[in-house]
Design a protein around this ligand. Sequence first.
Ligand SMILES: Nc1ncnc2c1ncn2[C@@H]1O[C@H](COP(=O)(O)OP(=O)(O)OP(=O)(O)O)[C@@H](O)[C@H]1O
Ligand SMILES: *[C@@H]1O[C@H](CO)[C@@H](O)[C@H](O)[C@H]1NC(C)=O
Ligand SMILES: *[C@@H]1O[C@H](CO)[C@@H](O)[C@H](O)[C@H]1NC(C)=O
Ligand SMILES: *[C@@H]1O[C@H](CO)[C@@H](O)[C@H](O)[C@H]1NC(C)=O
Length: 415
Amino acid sequence: MYAKSDKIYHTMLLRRRFCKRLFFMVAVFAVSFYISVLLFGDLKTPRVIKLTDLDRCPACYGVTVCPELYSNQIIMESSRDWHRLFNVKNIFYGYTKSNRRVVLKKLAHNWELKQFDQNLCKTWNLRWNCKPIHILNVSNIEEKIMNIIKYNVSSPDTEPRKGLVLCPYIKSFYDLIYPVLYNKPSSNKKSDFINLWTMLSINPEPIILQIIPKSKGWRVPAFGGVCGRLEVVAYEGEPLSTLRHVAWHRRLKYANDILAAAMDFTFKHDRFRFYFMDWSLDNIVVNENDGITFIDLEDVVVLDKHISPGKDLPDWYQRYARESMGSGFTFSIENMCKHHLSDHNIWAACYLLAGDENPLLYPIPNEVNVSRPHFDRLLNKCLNGDDRFRTITKLQHVITDMLLDEKIIGFGDIR
Ligand SMILES: Nc1ncnc2c1ncn2[C@@H]1O[C@H](COP(=O)(O)OP(=O)(O)OP(=O)(O)O)[C@@H](O)[C@H]1O
Ligand SMILES: *[C@@H]1O[C@H](CO)[C@@H](O)[C@H](O)[C@H]1NC(C)=O
Ligand SMILES: *[C@@H]1O[C@H](CO)[C@@H](O)[C@H](O)[C@H]1NC(C)=O
Ligand SMILES: *[C@@H]1O[C@H](CO)[C@@H](O)[C@H](O)[C@H]1NC(C)=O
């Protein structure tokens, strides 16, 4: 009852704000970032300015980190031009005044951004030669956002989904984005919503990084902010896929953290579960303290665990255990969305450790397999068994125990 009226209140509040006059909104929007340029900017940083595509705002990710970029508090590393030429992934590196290394990400390939811009006017039913600022003039932004992320549990998608999927019901949306919208002093809610729509259309990573921030213990990159079509995050290390030669006991430590992250994504948030769809050793990086970070948060199913299930969700209170769906990395969003709890993250973590494609922990050193034969068995059980929640707890105990074992630490470089 309580929560329900709360939601209605949110909606009403938003509607009222939307009704403010256009003039005011355009003015506030323009002023909010031009002032920072005037105050701090020496505009002698053409590379960064060209990268940000600020002229695409408000069809951009936002402007929170523009002052730092334009006042040279974040400086791009000069990479050689041939490198630029092949940088199709649109990843750039830099460092802050305090010498913290950062990654500047455009969050999409250039052709994807181009396609997005070409469709912009049509998407919003504006004149063919419209400017992004004209989107401030439209009224159905929230509806458009919902259409991108909603998942209808009664008539599930047949096409594969990308990006952020929110389920089982779309009305959880305002609670989900609360940390993104209401944590900042911005007074222009309409352009905030257009920014949200843009990120959800291109890459929701900046949204996810604010909902599950590193500062609250999530194993994700520290979020620096956004400026135009650029996201700034902390550099968090080298991909695990390039570190498969390191000593086995170090890989065991990474494995322990990967399992802990799988549990966190499933249980740590008090309202939502985050089922990541893109588990791979390329998307996990390791820092100099052997801490791991998940860097690619583009594709995620967000499940609200505190809904009241309707007739369309008869099995909501049952757990969903991944069925055997053939080899390789496959899963069912439909099944995840129809149950309050699924073991997807746990299976995916075990797949990285012990699955078919370059498993992190295999081969297990013979000494280990001989002294702890149950370890290999538990890994297999996590891949193919039915109660993964029980198995992962046991697995975590065994690994913790092994990480304290001098004999295992003493092995050095065994492969
Ligand atoms: N926070 C970070 N710390 C360190 N390196 C990073 C970080 N973010 C990205 N990288 C580097 O940039 C590369 C590409 O990043 P990311 O996976 O986000 O881009 P992508 O275009 O989505 O790649 P793909 O779609 O192929 O997974 C990563 O493999 C990693 O080497
Ligand atoms: C948008 O702004 C124009 C003026 O620039 C105005 O005439 C029009 O009614 C507004 N609304 C829409 C939906 O275009
Ligand atoms: C979901 O799909 C069913 C059947 O196609 C439809 O009746 C229902 O209105 C849809 N629900 C939403 C929220 O779109
Ligand atoms: C571990 O030893 C058992 C026999 O005790 C064997 O069946 C299994 O294949 C071994 N596992 C590895 C990873 O070497």
